[in-house]
Design a protein around this ligand. Structure first.
Ligand code: ADP
Ligand code: MG
Length: 230
């Protein structure tokens, strides 16, 4: 079953008087459990595409289905519930709270789940800090961690809610090549172990090579896709 299906999606931005066509008639499906790279040069529409898949933004036209569910008719509350329960996010700049420790950052998205008590939250936090191999750094603040370690905290935070998919917008762009490769390998290991779907964007060809499926996007259109059903 497809976890993501986009049907004839277009996205226009109004920039002053000018219409920017960020995405043009994109149709694609991503299978549950896939490990997918969205590759393309800067300005090609990668972030726009991820924001639409993540239900952070809405398309100008076309339909988006998440786990078979058409999200276009949903209220903002329903969308935020869907995001909280189904999707984890990882960002280029890590987006950790600087005043919170690693474990507090990972716990943060769990605070909205009323069904989890403090003990259950703590056990989730320690589980996912262990998954990213940062248990020893649980009490460290972001500024006491390296870039690669910060991105690992962000991955643990994304996983803590046990989402069906993790969306990562250029997760290695602020890391050196070796550290970035380690982050990609970690994501790939998690994909294999938990079957979490990963969709990440990149303009680094070495990072693209680690994907199981590759969607190449140029000027808001799919230029090529390898292993992806049209
Ligand atoms: P990428 O992530 O591949 O660099 P983006 O999705 O950020 O590409 O941008 C695609 C196009 O849409 C670019 O031309 C960009 O300038 C434009 N764009 C993105 N966001 C906005 C916005 N909020 N307002 C106006 N134009 C935007
Ligand atoms: Mg971008």
């Amino acid at each position: 079953m497809s976890i993501v299906r986009l049907e004839n999606i277009s996205k226009n931005y109004l920039l002053g008087e000018q219409q920017v066509q960020a995405l043009k008639h994109i149709t694609l499906s991503i299978e549950d459990g896939a490990f997918v790279a969205i590759a393309g040069p800067s300005g090609s529409g990668k972030s726009t595409l991820l924001n639409l898949i993540g239900c952070i933004d809405t398309p100008s036209s076309g339909k988006i289905f998440i786990s078979g569910q058409d999200v276009s008719g949903q209220t903002p509350d329903e969308l935020s519930e869907l995001r909280a329960r189904t999707i984890g996010f990882v960002f280029q700049t890590f987006n950790l709270f600087p005043v919170l420790s690693a474990e507090e950052n990972v716990e943060y998205p769990l605070l909205q789940f009323r069904e989890l008590d403090a003990a259950e939250r703590r056990s989730r936090v320690s589980r996912y800090l262990d998954v990213v191999d940062l248990s020893r750094f649980a009490k460290h603040r972001p500024n006491q961690l390296s870039g690669g370690q910060r991105q690992r905290v962000a991955i643990a935070r994304a996983l803590a809610t046990q989402p069906k998919m993790v969306l990562a917008d250029e997760p290695t762009a602020n890391l050196d090549h070796k550290t970035g490769g380690g982050i990609l390998q970690l994501m790939k290991d998690i994909n294999g172990r938990f079957k979490t779907t990963f969709i990440f964007s990149t303009h680094d060809s070495r990072v693209m090579d680690m994907a199981e499926y590759l969607i190449r996007i140029e000027d808001g259109q799919i230029a090529a896709s390898e292993g992806i059903k049209p």
